[in-house]
Structures are given as C-alpha cells and as structure tokens.
Design a protein around this ligand. Structure first.
Ligand SMILES: [Zn+2]
Ligand SMILES: [Zn+2]
Length: 405
C-alpha cells in the first residue's frame, strides 16, 4: 500500500481524530464485507453514524438496504444536491494478511466501496456540524453496485421523488492513478455493458442432403461476420463501440452428419452514448433477421440492457474538477481521462439528474483483485472533495456564487 501522506491536500476538518475515525470505520467495513443488495450490518452502522453526526433525516430501507440522509443548511436557499457512495463488497476470497482482513469467507471489499462509504460519512459529519450552505444535501448510500443494479432499486423505490435533488456527485477510487491525483472527463466515464442472444432457426436433417435442409449454422456464420460491420460501417468513426460474439452453440459435437435445427450466438455490446447504444441494439436485430431470411432461416435477437453508459454532464463535471483542483492543484487534475469499457451503476442516477463521477487516485493493487485494499490515506481528500462540492454547488445553485473557488 502506498503510504504517501496526502494531508496537505485535505480540508483540516478531516485530519487528526476525524481521520482516525474514518480509518476505523473503513477498516471495520472491510473486516465485515456484505455482498450485493443485502448489506444490513453496513447499512445499520451507516444509519447510526448519520444520527450521531446530527443528520436531520435518516431513512433506512430505501430500495432494499439503501440508506438516505438529509442535512439542512443554515443559510438561505432552496437548492438540493446529492452525494452518493456505493457500499457493497464482492464475492471474492481475500488473500492479504493485514490487520483488517475480511472475516467473511468468500467475501471482500475488493473494489473499495468500504472507503467510498467512509468518505461520504466523513463528508456528512462536516456538513451536519457546520451547515455552511443553503438548501439541503441528500446523502445516498447504495448497496448492490457490483452487478445488482442497486442504484436502480433505490430509484424504483422513489429515491428522486422522495428526496428531490437537482444534481448528484460521486467518486470511485483508482489504483491506476497515483495518490493525490484526480481524474475525470466531461462526458462518458464508463460504457453501457449490454448482452445479446441471437437464436437462428432453420430446418435440420441429414447433412448429406443439404438441399432438403435450411442450415442455421451457415446463417449464423454469415450473421457473425455481418455484425462486424456495425462498428466498422455504421457507428460514426469519431464514436466507438464494441460488438463481440463470444459463444456459438449448435448441434452435438458427436453428430458429424446432423444438420441442426437451430444455432445460438451470445455476445456483448459496449457503447458510450445513448444514440450509439440504440443504433447497435437496432442493427444487431435487423442484420440478424434479414440475413437469416435470405438463407431460408429466421433469427430472433434478445438484447439485454444492463448498466447504461455513465455520462458526466459537462457543467457539473467542470465544477467538481475545479473543486478538486482547489485541494490538489490544477496540475494534479486530469480533465481528459479516457473513458473505460467497464460498467458503473451510478449511470442510472446520471441518466435522471445532472452530475459527475470522478476518480480519486490511490495506487496499490488493482480493483477486483484478492490483494486489493482501499488506501485510507485518501479518505480525508475524498471527504474534502465531496463536502466542498456540495457546499460550493449549493452556493451557486442558490444564486450566491459563480465559481468553485
Ligand atoms: Zn467493482
Ligand atoms: Zn467499484
């Protein structure tokens, strides 16, 4: 673990005893990881701490084990800003032997959501004790990021209707970025990760008499080749996408002379904008169906939309970058960080309200690795950026200021 000291980059509120408190909270979450949408222990501790900190409203059980806190400011204003942290762990066996190793067999915080939760708790403590803003801050602690669409569950339980917020902000740690550096861009940070299944149906029979059959294997072969033209011929060359056919199933490997009735193609599509996503979904279906018909077969496509692309809105991303630069200096903020083809369910929230998602560097082992550990040294910086983004953004939304300085 990189032990670089980042205190000089932090709001002094988060140093000293508060830094140690956040470290203890983070390491306790790490020792007791909870997977998916079921995070009762973590959620209970979060709710109790929010109450201890004097957060005005604490709502448990939002979309499962989600927790929402609301803090009202002491200055005039009606604006509302959300801050979100994911809180779930991964089904993975931890292999490290540090003093806060997971005590839950087959579960570990291998993506640092223990640190995200602790940093947001730190921000909550400062915001509730100082209340140096108008309007309100909505704190969103969300389980189920790692493939369970936890954000969507909270939204389906009325997150944005029950707790209206004009904008929402979040961060993710990054091992690929050194501690003390922050990275983002003003558009897509993460891809939409979708899956498709194409079932090609023909007419099977004796392979020695192909004239009597409608061979679905030949049709599938043509479909797989033709699908490659979606990215190369149909997506704007300044955009990008991935269409990968990853599984092909037909017949029985022992049946060398049986033309099967059907053939199945399974693959993944990754896109970075709603327009390209719509195009890719539409064309996979159209190309498959029309090629199949041309070869005497039929093809039906089931396109499953999972996480949408995680897209920062430019104004809010620039604002959060300015806030971050106020702590680490402009030279340590990368505002053109490359988009990544992985998925992130904060995307569901950014589809509904403007906001931004940034990466805070922490070094160390890569995420989803059995040796990963959140770097506690970045807790004060992360809490500083979250709290200051809410404070300064509320000031602006309430008409009291024009910049993040
Ligand atoms: Zn993860
Ligand atoms: Zn994560």
């Amino acid at each position: 673990m990189n032990s670089v000291n980042l205190d000089k980059y932090s709001d002094p509120f988060f140093l000293g005893e508060t830094k140690e408190e956040l470290r203890r909270i983070r390491q306790d979450f790490h020792v007791h990881p909870e997977i998916g949408l079921v995070t009762p222990r973590t959620s209970r501790i979060i709710a109790d701490l929010l109450k201890d900190y004097g957060v005005d409203e604490v709502h448990e059980g939002v979309g499962g084990d989600g927790v929402v806190g609301v803090i009202y400011g002491k200055l005039p204003g009606e604006a509302s800003v959300g801050l979100r942290a994911d809180i779930d762990a991964l089904p993975l066996k931890e292999l490290s032997n540090h003093d806060h190793v997971s005590q839950v067999e087959g579960a570990m915080h291998a993506c640092g959501h223990d640190g995200h939760a602790a940093a947001l708790l730190g921000a909550a403590k400062k915001l509730a004790s100082e209340r140096n803003f108008g309007g309100k801050v909505v704190l969103v602690f969300q389980p189920g990021e790692e493939g369970w669409s936890g954000a969507k569950h909270m939204m389906e339980d009325g997150l944005f209707e029950r707790f209206p917020m004009q904008e929402i902000y979040a961060f993710h740690n990054s091992s690929a970025i050194e501690p003390g550096r922050i990275a983002l861009n003003y558009g897509a940070m993460q891809a939409a990760a979708d899956a498709f299944t194409i079932v090609v149906k023909g007419k099977g029979g004796h392979a020695s008499r192909p004239n009597l059959n409608h061979d679905p294997v030949i049709a599938a072969a043509h479909i797989i080749l033709a699908l490659q033209t979606i990215v190369s011929r149909e997506v704007d060359p300044l955009e990008t996408a991935v269409v990968s056919c990853c599984s092909l199933q037909a017949g029985d490997p022992r049946a060398q002379s049986v033309c099967p009735d059907s053939c199945q193609i399974v693959g993944t599509a990754r896109t970075f904008s709603p327009e390209v996503r719509d195009l890719v979904e539409k064309r996979i279906g159209e190309i498959s169906a029309s090629i199949a018909v041309g070869l005497g077969c039929t093809a039906e496509t089931d396109y499953g939309r999972f996480y949408p692309p995680c897209i920062n809105t430019p104004e809010q991303a620039a604002f959060m970058a300015d806030v971050a630069a106020g702590f680490v200096g402009e030279e340590n903020v990368d505002r053109n960080y490359p988009r990544m083809a992985g998925g992130e369910d904060f995307a569901f929230m950014l589809e509904k309200v403007p906001g931004a998602y940034i990466r805070i560097g922490q070094g160390g082992a890569s995420a989803h690795n059995p040796y990963f550990d959140f770097n506690d040294e970045i807790l004060p910086l992360a809490a500083s950026v979250l709290a200051a983004t809410a404070e300064k953004r509320l000031q602006k939304l309430n008409g009291g200021g024009n910049s993040a300085e």
